[in-house]
Ligand binder design. Sequence first.
Ligand SMILES: [Zn+2]
Ligand SMILES: [Zn+2]
Length: 301
Amino acid sequence: MELLTAVLGGVLGTFTQNLMYMAAFAVVFSALTIFDSQACNPGKPWWKGRDLVTDILFSVAYEFINPLLRIIAITMFMVILFGLSGGADVTQFFQEGHGPLSSAPFWAQVAFYLLASDLLLYGSHRLFHGRRLWAFHAVHHSPVDLDWTASYRTHPINRLFGPTSVTLIMMMLGVPPAVMTFLVPFDLIMGAWVHSNLNWTLGPLKYVIATPVFHRWHHTGIDEGGEKNFAPTFAFIDVLFGTFYMPEGKLPSNYGVDDKNYPTDILNQMIVPFIKFRNSFKPKKKKAVVAEGPDTPAGGA
Ligand SMILES: [Zn+2]
Ligand SMILES: [Zn+2]
């Protein structure tokens, strides 16, 4: 019962926290639109974006699969897996973790989590750009007026085999849930920041950390530079794997998937990926090849 109360409290807490962060992002990015010189694509305030309604609906759906809830759910799974029963055991697991890295100092765990999770997410992101999984990832690439609100637009299957799987792997390695919850605000801020309509590159740090220009290039079509810049946080991972793309003196401008008929509403964006995924296993007829042309990864997340 104590555990249930704690979980319910955690769930309510995460809703409140997410709403507070969204409100803060709305205020900060609204204020920044005053400075047209700072925009990557001037004259496009986020609140006028054609994708806003769907993004907002995705942010509501996100409330049910947000990072804190994910950590709570996986923590509960691990509690059952390890057969922990008493409140003290669960608290100890939350604070210290269970596994090879559980005895490492807090800041070493933080550093390991940041680097290792980014590497794993880089890998899963590249897999989702493959022919079959693209159906699920295209949802994230669908906004044409890209802005911070797009950070919430991700298909649940993409979340499951991306961030959720990575959280599970990190916990199995002994990274304590406490380290992950500590980093949730960082994740939320990074997500909103890299999708924001800013022309910031952070000078030479552009090779180290993901910036709005870095990630906005990822959302362009292949012919414009898409299919590059896969890392969520550390741009140097793309430098290491040869997928870094930030041309000097140019800024990205065209976003979305190369399919004029791609659904724009949340309901179809939830369902259509499953149909496209199933269709990807059907043998291709000659006619179908032409018809399915636009479904290939045209944009970059
Ligand atoms: Zn993205
Ligand atoms: Zn992508």
